[in-house]
Design a protein around this ligand. Sequence first.
Ligand code: CDP
Length: 218
Amino acid sequence: MDKLIIAIDGQASTGKSTQAKKIADYLGFNYRDSGAYYRAITLYLLNSNVKHNLKISQEILNQISIKQDYNEGHFRIFLNDNDVTNKIRGHKVSLSVSNYAKKPEIRKFVFDQLRNSAESNSLVVDGRDIGTVVFPDADYKFFLIAEPRIRAERRHKQIDDDSVKVDIIEEEIKIRDKTDSTREIAPLRKADDAFKIDVSDLTINEVFNKILQKIKSD
Ligand code: CDP
């Protein structure tokens, strides 16, 4: 059987990874979280004091090895063999990731990782540019959007830390949307052939059913 690719793109905190994992489980596909690659690279570069306004040399990129593992509903990511699954979700990485993700040398690194993964697996991949740049010929493409306030409230619940205010998260989400959609390379935008879903008023299962319906009806 030919390998199939399902691309789930969209704005920050719209539940792309939740949906991508559910679909991967349902169809028995593997799952790749493209944002997690950018986050792990960001973590490495922040820890190594490599600023985002400088070109990242090939020598530095060669020091980075990232592996993703998705098994029975559990996603883990390893940076140079260390499990950084939780660390990459921290506030510091979230604040900087879009600045590093703008850089062509970093985008190429992630692009290569994703394309390699697709050689041996049918994949569900979530991100910003999966249906437009990484897999423009993906078999199915979805694009999730939602009101910033609703996304901030959902993220606030998820991080479960009352010292971080919803207003601040909302502001950060808006800034990240802006950086992601206005950058020169691979900006966040809906592919012409992607199916758009506004998840503002939908539950996780409602979104999942919409996605499945679309896949089954095509
Ligand atoms: O979970 P959330 O949607 O907030 O973010 P993420 O998927 O973990 O991605 C983190 C950041 O990585 C995004 O804000 C983008 O700046 C960048 N990213 C990207 O540029 N291209 C992708 N395909 C995925 C993520």
